[in-house]
Design a protein around this ligand. Structure first.
Ligand code: ZN
Length: 500
C-alpha cells in the first residue's frame, strides 16, 4: 500500500537529495573551485542549507511522521522503517529547538569568527581572536539552553555529535585512560627512540598517491564508486553509497602524512560505501555517529595500517615505489618509525599514545567554559599548563597552542571528545573481530582484508544510522563503550615496540 510511510519516504528523499547537492558543492569548493568562486559559492550553499533546514523542520515533516507511526508500530524493532521513523523523529525534535533567527545569527557570526581566526592564528594574535571566541562560546552555551539537558549543558552539545552520550560518560572513560596514557608516555620517553631520518627524504607526491590508492583498493575501497583528490585538509564525503570520495594532501619531504591520510579517509569511505542499499535516499544512509565514523577511519589507519603484519607485507611494495629513498631501511625499521611516540604540540600530528591526551585537555577546558568557571581570556594560560602536565611540553606561542584548531572559531563545542572515543571504539571493535577471526593478523600479513571488511559490513556498516551509537556498540561488540580494550591494545603494541 502506498500509505503514509511512502509519503514520508518521498519527503525525506527530496531532503536527502538537497543535502547531496550541497555536499557536492562543498566537495568542489575544497578540491577544484578557483579562489574567486568563494563568495558566490557561499551564497549558494547558504540558500541550500536554508531550504534544507526549512523543509526538514516544517510541520509537514511532523505530520508525515505522525501518520507513518501506526504503520511501523507492529514491525520488529530493528526493521528499517521503524528505525527510520524513530531516528528522524529524534533529529526533527532536536533541529526544531533552535529558533530560526538564532541559527541565522550564529551562522553569520561564525563566518566572521572563522575568518578572524584564519588571520589571527598565523599572526599569533590571540587578543584579536578573543572577542569572537567569547561570542562563539556564548552561542554554544545558549544553544545548550535551547536544546535542554538534565545534568550538564555540555550534554546538549555532545548529543549533536554523539546522540545519547553525556559529559559524565566521557569523563568516566577519560578518567580511566588519562593516568595510564600519561604513565605510558613517560615510560616510552625513557627508552631509546627509533630511527626516523628516512621518513624525511624526497618522496614525489604522484608515487605516494599510487601507493596509497593501491592499498585503499586492497582494503576494499571500490574505485568504480569512489575517487581520490587533493585538498588542503583531507576529508571523505558521500553522495550516496555509489559515489563516496576521499581527499588527501602530500608532504614531499615527510612520507607518513599523505599515505596515512589516505588510509584514514579510506576507512571513512568504506563505511559509507557499505551502507545497505535499502537505506538509500533516507537520513539513515550514512555512518551512525562521529565516534563510530572515527572508529572506522582509525581502525583502518592505525590498527590495520600501522601494524607490523601490514608493513611486513606492504613495505616491499612501498620500496618498489621509492627504491632510492628506502634502500637502506627494513620493514621492521619502517614499522617502528611510523609508530614513534613523541609528545608534540599539534593534535593532528600526534601518535596513538599521546593523541587522546590532546583531546582530554580540550574537553576539560570546554566543560569549564560551558559551566562558566573558565573565561575565554584565561584559555591560553590554562592550555599551556595542561600541555605541560599531560605531555611535558609547553607551546612557545598561541599559534601552536590554544589557537591551533578551527573548531572553537566555529562554535563547535562538544565535538573534540568524539575523536578520542573513536580510537577507543576502534579497539573495542577490533577485539570483537579477533573473537570471530583469531587469525586476523595473519590475514593482514597476507594482504587479505575481505574477511575483515565482511565482518565490519555485517555488524556495523550496513546499518547506517538505524541505531543510536551505544545501541550499535552493544549489537556489534556485546557491550557499551569501555576504555579497557584500548588500554590493552596500547600496552601490547607499544610495550613490544619499546621493550617495556
Ligand atoms: Zn576522520
Amino acid at each position: 500500500m502506498a500509505g503514509a510511510l511512502e509519503r514520508l519516504r518521498e519527503h525525506l528523499a527530496e531532503i536527502t537529495d538537497l543535502r547531496t547537492a550541497a555536499a557536492v558543492l562543498s566537495w568542489d569548493q575544497q578540491t577544484h573551485m578557483p579562489p574567486g568562486g568563494a563568495s558566490r559559492r557561499a551564497e549558494v550553499l547558504s540558500t541550500l542549507s536554508g531550504l534544507i533546514h526549512a523543509k526538514f523542520t516544517s510541520d509537514e515533516t511532523a505530520r508525515l511522521l505522525d501518520a507513518a507511526e501506526p504503520e511501523v508500530q507492529g514491525l520488529p524493532e530493528d526493521h528499517d522503517d521503524r528505525c527510520l521513523v524513530r531516528i528522524v523523529w529524534r533529529d526533527y525534535e532536536r533541529e526544531r529547538k533552535l529558533p530560526t533567527d538564532f541559527v541565522a545569527a550564529w551562522a553569520r557570526d561564525r563566518a566572521i569568527s572563522v575568518q578572524v581566526w584564519r588571520q589571527a592564528r598565523p599572526a599569533n594574535d590571540f587578543a584579536s581572536f578573543l572577542p569572537y571566541l567569547d561570542k562563539m562560546a556564548g552561542y554554544a552555551r545558549r544553544a545548550a539552553d535551547f536544546y535542554g539537558y538534565r545534568e550538564h549543558p555540555y550534554d546538549a552539545l555532545l548529543d549533536g555529535y554523539e546522540p545519547g552520550m553525556t559529559a559524565a560518560d566521557v569523563r568516566r572513560i577519560f578518567d580511566e585512560l588519562r593516568p595510564q596514557q600519561v604513565a605510558l608516555v613517560q615510560a616510552i620517553a625513557a627508552r631509546p627512540a627509533p630511527r626516523t631520518n628516512f621518513l624525511h627524504r624526497d618522496y614525489p607526491p604522484e608515487m605516494q598517491g599510487q601507493f596509497g590508492l593501491r592499498v585503499a583498493a586492497d582494503f576494499g575501497y571500490d574505485l568504480q564508486r569512489g575517487r581520490l583528490d587533493l585538498a588542503p585538509h583531507p576529508f571523505a564525503t558521500s553522495f550516496g553509497r555509489d559515489d563516496v570520495r576521499i581527499t588527501t594532501r602530500y608532504d614531499r619531504t615527510y612520507l607518513p602524512e599523505g599515505i596515512f591520510a589516505v588510509f584514514h579517509e579510506t576507512g571513512h569511505a568504506l563505511y559509507e560505501q557499505n551502507v545497505a542499499p535499502a537505506l538509500a535516499r533516507t537520513p539513515l544512509a550514512r555512518g551512525c555517529s562521529n565516534v563510530w565514523h572515527e572508529s572506522q577511519s582509525r581502525l583502518w589507519e592505525n590498527i590495520v595500517g600501522r601494524s607490523r603484519p601490514f608493513w611486513r607485507r606492504y613495505f616491499p611494495l612501498l620500496r618498489q615505489h621509492f627504491p632510492a629513498q628506502l634502500g637502506d631501511v627494513t620493514a621492521d625499521e619502517f614499522y617502528a618509525a611510523v609508530n614513534r611516540v613523541t609528545p608534540s604540540l599539534i593534535r593532528t600530528e600526534a601518535d596513538e599514545v599521546t593523541y587522546n591526551l590532546h583531546i582530554m585537555l580540550r574537553f576539560e577546558l570546554e566543560l569549564g567554559l560551558m559551566e562558566g568557571v573558565i573565561r575565554p581570556a584565561e584559555l591560553p594560560e590554562l592550555w599551556n599548563s595542561k600541555m605541560q602536565e599531560y605531555l611535558g611540553v609547553t607551546p612557545p606561542d598561541d599559534r601552536d597552542g590554544v589557537m591551533q584548531d578551527i573548531h572553537w572559531s566555529q562554535g563547535s563545542f562538544g565535538y573534540f571528545p568524539t575523536y578520542a572515543l573513536g580510537n577507543v571504539m576502534a579497539a573495542q571493535v577490533w577485539e570483537a573481530v579477533q573473537k570471530t577471526y583469531p587469525d586476523i593478523e595473519d590475514q593482514i600479513g597476507r594482504g587479505e582484508f575481505g574477511m575483515l571488511l565482511g565482518w565490519l559490513r555485517e555488524h556495523i556498516y550496513q546499518h547506517g544510522r538505524k541505531f543510536l551509537p551505544q545501541e550499535l556498540a552493544v549489537r556489534a561488540t556485546g557491550r557499551p563503550l569501555e576504555a579497557g580494550p584500548y588500554l590493552a591494545y596500547l600496552r601490547r603494541k607499544f610495550g613490544e615496540l619499546y621493550g617495556l
